[in-house]
Design a protein around this ligand. Structure first.
Ligand code: NAP
Ligand code: F7E
Length: 358
């Protein structure tokens, strides 16, 4: 019998890579999607087969993390072996504008799913998408024992969700893991996160559609990795004998300014000519420095990232250039091939384009 996974946030960056990864492992994948007035499934279109076809193994269900009764219903309907809870209002800057909504979706949404699992009595393993943002201004390197000092409504909501996950593990013997993931990026990264904003802007500048790039704080430092490698870590956590929490990151850290320099240099543009700052993008409280100590993941999961910072920048710049029909500099694809990631878990499935509503 194929294992069955339920993925919230399947239409997001991580959800789309994870769905492809799980299909590649023979899973039946069920995803929670939100009703929107336009299609919001473009990241998983290549994975979708008409559910009426005999070979279909990915199924999409409408729901929302604010709707506990639907989540409960879904649990009974799907009876998953594994639940990957990735859905969230995931933008830190936006969480300052929408603190209550963020608490509801990102924080309480986790409680709703955990409670749905508990009440269903289904022995599903549970993955919580926890975040390095929870460490806030705790000095680096940060590992599983580092204290949480959240610096945004988003981080505070994730801390609540982290402790709910730990509590359900202890109180109800649920196989539940917090994956404390540091920033991870890809060509599928949301367009308003800083890395994608930069690489997309470069493509648009070259195409002549954009003149300047406006950013906020250039001095913040992040530990940026490559998203397809991180979804494998999520799966590995749920394959262990005992549930534990794991920090996932590269241990390499760079400033936003360094990301900008690296990306512009790659295409031979002088970043200074194009970059401007706009106070709109500064945050009321900032997280200055995040560096992962992923020793536990390396030792217990055998997880080790391969794609470096420089390579990540090249992969993303090339992808955004290709998306605009420009000729990429060309190293991005070679890097993926060299690391065995040129078909990163998503193109290996028989795929039909998504037609009409799922
Ligand atoms: P993302 O691209 O922003 O995706 C978020 C997903 O959540 C989307 O599928 C979105 O649906 C869904 N969602 C948002 N609000 C929802 C609601 N009310 N009900 C149901 N679904 C909702 O995020 P990501 O980068 O893939 O990250 C995945 C998870 O890991 C998130 O929980 C994030 O907070 C966490 N995380 C991310 C990173 C990172 O660096 N990427 C690091 C640590 C933790 P729509 O497509 O309809 O908007
Ligand atoms: O910001 C600075 C900004 O929005 C990174 C989410 O996936 O990772 C992500 O959160 C840094 C910050 O990611 C702009 O101030 C400067 O210091 O790309 P970001 P994030 O806030 O680190 C964590 C681990 C998550 O869990 C989250 O879900 O870049 N920055 N100028 C800017 N950031 C943005 N977005 N836009 C700018 O113009």
């Amino acid at each position: 019998m194929a294992k069955r996974a339920l993925v919230t946030g399947i239409t997001g960056q991580d959800g789309s890579y994870l769905a492809g990864f799980l299909l590649g492992k023979g899973y039946e994948v069920h995803g929670l999607i939100r009703k929107a007035s336009t299609f919001n499934t473009y990241r998983i279109e290549h994975l979708f087969a008409d559910p009426h076809e005999p070979g279909a193994r990915m199924f999409l269900h409408y729901g929302d993390l604010s709707d506990g009764s639907q989540l409960s219903h879904l649990l009974y309907e799907v009876e998953p072996d594994e639940v990957y809870h990735l859905g969230a209002q995931s933008h830190v800057r936006v969480s300052f504008d929408m603190p209550e909504y963020t608490a509801d979706v990102t924080g309480l949404g986790t409680a709703r799913i955990l409670e749905a699992i508990r009440r269903s009595g289904i022995k599903a393993k549970f993955y919580q998408a926890a975040s390095s943002e929870m460490f806030g201004n705790t000095p680096p390197p940060q590992n599983e024992d580092s204290p949480f000092r959240p610096r945004s409504p988003y981080a505070a909501a994730k801390v609540y969700a982290y402790w709910m996950t730990s509590n359900y593990r202890e109180a109800y013997d649920l196989f539940a893991c917090n994956g404390i993931l540091f920033n991870h990026e890809s060509p599928r990264r949301g367009e308003t996160f800083v890395t994608r904003k930069v690489t997309r802007a470069i493509a648009h500048i070259i195409a002549g559609n954009q003149r300047l790039l406006f950013l906020g704080n250039l001095e913040a430092k992040r530990d940026w990795g490559f998203a397809p490698e991180y979804v494998e870590a999520m799966w590995l956590m749920l394959q262990q004998d005992e549930p534990r929490d794991y920090v996932i990151g590269t241990g390499e850290c760079h400033s936003v300014r360094e990301f900008v320099e690296e990306a512009f240099n790659y295409v031979g543009l002088d970043w200074d000519q194009y970059l401007r700052t706009d106070p709109r993008y500064f945050r009321p409280t900032e997280v200055d420095l995040l560096v992962a100590d992923a020793t536990r993941a390396r030792r217990e999961l055998g997880w080790d990232p391969r794609v470096t910072f420089k390579q990540l920048v090249r992969i993303m710049v090339d992808a955004d250039m290709e998306a605009l029909g420009l000729t990429p500099v060309g190293e991005g694809k070679a890097i993926l091939r060299k690391n065995g990631l040129d078909d990163p878990f998503q193109l290996s499935i028989a795929l039909e384009p998504l037609r009409g509503e799922p």
